[in-house]
Ligand binder design. Structure first.
Ligand code: SF4
Length: 345
């Protein structure tokens, strides 16, 4: 049975007051501190006991990979139970770093183009296994002093469906918002759209105001079911209504809804589907479509749309007044690009 770091500490020190845990969390997220011994706000006795009994970080590095362009790093981490999962660090346009975190080991959503989906779900990650991915990359960057040190953004686009692990994802986000300099608009939860969980966001007073990106991949219900087999009946229609209620309740200038659309040649990149998508987007409260050229996955026969097809698709959307952007592919040479993360464990 998994015991979190804080549960273990509570057992070791049953009389700890609340502020001690705050001191501990501050120490954990202080980039200058790399072990319990250095958490100087705690007494020597406490530090020694923690050093003996509690791992300073929840997972250990198994292997790290760096892309040829040196702008993407991928790490394979091993959890306390031996489960392996991946986490990615990408240089962003502001010359800072974005981390792409995993929320689960594997995934149950089975999106047809995705390597993680082929693994099935092994288990959900615990809150500290998610939030510690930020700490892992901070320590990693310290070893590269010539590189920028700031992690400015977090996206939940690694392994797993974040809304299938709602409570732990929420707890990890709240930890970052309290103990790092990340602002809520710099955190993006990317989801295939589990409707009951999307509804929960609307009524959960504790849900942090982060960005939400919905992986649509097709506005055509039948095509969407082919690409994302967990798509429920009437999903495409119901999402229109949900998006308006979301916008009324939580939306503002900094807090927007985005569609992600993986472009797969001749699967979902035809002019007919582009027109259907544009008409659909205009009925929703989503204000942007971010197209992602498909990243090839071994053993899948899908093909990346060529430049001509990508541009034609984007032009149709633009002509119909849709705000469209394109995600730059990064780290595909180390299988760190979107949809490429997979491990056998
Ligand atoms: S694309 Fe995301 S939700 Fe779909 S199978 Fe892959 S990890 Fe899961």
């Amino acid at each position: 049975m998994y015991k979190s770091r804080e549960e273990t500490i509570k057992e070791l020190f049953p009389k700890f007051p609340k502020f001690r845990f705050d001191q501990i969390r501050k120490g954990l997220f202080d980039p200058a501190i790399t072990s319990w011994k250095e958490v100087s706000t705690l007494s020597k006795d406490i530090r020694e006991k923690l050093e003996e009994s509690v791992p300073f970080i929840s997972s250990e590095l198994v292997k790290a990979f760096t892309s040829d362009e040196m702008d993407t790093h991928k790490a394979v981490l091993k959890a306390h139970d031996g489960k392996l999962y991946e986490t990615v660090l990408m240089r962003n346009r502001r010359d800072q770093w974005t981390i792409c975190v995993s929320s689960q080991v594997g995934c149950a959503m089975r999106c047809t183009f995705c390597a993680t989906g082929m693994m099935g779900l092994k288990r959900s990650l615990h809150a500290e296994e998610i939030s510690d991915q930020y700490r892992f990359w901070k320590t990693f960057l310290k070893e590269l002093p010539d590189e920028p040190q700031r992690i400015s953004n977090v996206v939940f686009m690694g392994m797993g469906e974040p809304f299938a692990n709602y409570d732990n994802v929420k707890a990890a986000i709240k930890t970052w918002l309290t103990y790092t300099d990340l602002g809520s608009t710099k955190i993006m939860v990317s989801t295939v759209g589990i409707l009951p969980q999307l509804e929960k966001v609307l009524v959960d007073p504790d849900w942090p105001p982060v960005q939400i990106a919905l992986s649509l991949h097709s506005a055509n219900q039948k095509k969407r079911e082919e690409i994302v087999p967990t798509t429920t009946e009437g999903f495409i229609k119901k999402l229109i209504d949900w998006s308006h209620r979301y916008q009324t309740k939580l939306g503002n200038r900094n807090h927007r809804l985005t569609f992600e659309y993986t472009l797969i040649s001749r699967e979902n990149d035809t002019p007919e589907l582009a027109i259907e998508l544009a008409n659909y987007v205009n009925k929703t409260a989503f204000d942007k479509v971010n197209v992602i050229p498909y990243n090839p996955v071994h053993s899948k026969s899908f093909i990346t749309s060529d430049r001509k097809r990508i541009d034609a698709f984007k032009d149709i959307l633009r002509d119909k007044g849709v705000n469209v952007t394109e995600r730059k592919t990064m780290g595909d040479d180390i299988d760190a690009a979107c949809g490429q993360l997979a491990l056998s464990n």
